[in-house]
Design a protein around this ligand. Structure first.
Ligand code: 5RP
Length: 225
């Protein structure tokens, strides 16, 4: 579903990569297309170095011969490329459907530019139809679930296929807060969530994306604010 559109967006992002760049490398099925196409350029001689946003993106990079580094060694990145679960006209994002929001936000925040790659299913007028991932310390589950519910969200603890709590790469849990398409003040909600003890990070990325490369079957549109 939408695979070609994802590949089109990913290909446009790969064209933005120049020799010697320090890259942030995203997570998810769209970012995987980017990694695969980047791997082809690396195999053809391009030299870049990347910080992956998840263990699974790191594994794919290793497989394809893309050199990896850490933010300890390379604290500033030239360009981060990542997917999204939703974006609004102001290019606020909901991310974290794949559970990698914490590393994704750290990497995006360390990059001079964040370019988002997406298909049309991710474009919304108002954020919130996609449940907002909130990464938490396990002992804070109930207080944070209550606070999210008080803001009008239906809250679910994310689980793995065995029914146990899903653990992020950093060992935390995720509460998914379903607000419906009604997050009218993403920056305000982001500030609230960040102030709650026990919230490690949340999936609202406000004011971070430079543009969205929006792929369709046969073309890519650059969406800016
Ligand atoms: C992972 C993410 C992904 O970028 C987001 O879920 C989009 O994934 P996909 O490209 O598979 O639709 O935020 O944490």
């Amino acid at each position: 579903m939408n695979d070609n559109a994802k590949r089109m967006a990913a290909a446009a992002a790969v064209e933005m990569v120049d020799e010697g760049m320090r890259l942030g490398i995203g997570t998810g099925s769209t970012a995987e297309q980017f990694i695969i196409l980047l791997g082809q350029r690396v195999q053809a001689g391009l030299s870049v170095i990347g910080v992956p946003t998840s263990d699974r993106s790191a594994a794919l990079c290793h497989e394809l011969g893309i050199a990896l580094t850490t933010l300890d060694e390379t604290p500033t990145l030239d360009l981060a490329v990542d997917g999204t679960d939703e974006f609004d006209p102001a290019l606020n994002l909901i991310k974290g459907g794949g559970g990698a929001l914490l590393r994704e936000k750290i990497v995006a925040g360390s990059a001079n530019r964040l370019v988002v790659i997406a298909d049309a299913s991710k474009q919304v007028a108002v954020l919130g139809a996609f449940p907002l991932p909130v990464e938490i310390i396990p002992m804070a589950r109930q207080p944070i679930a209550q606070r999210l519910a008080a803001l009008g969200a239906t809250v679910t603890l994310r689980t793995n296929p065995a029914g146990a709590p899903f653990r992020t790469d950093e060992g935390h849990w995720i509460l998914d807060g379903d607000f419906g398409p009604a997050i009218s003040d993403p920056a305000g909600l982001a500030r609230d969530l960040s102030s709650w003890p026990g919230v490690v990070e949340h999936g609202l990325f406000c004011g971070m994306a430079e543009c969205v490369l929006l792929g369709t079957e046969d073309q890519v549109t650059i969406v800016t604010t």
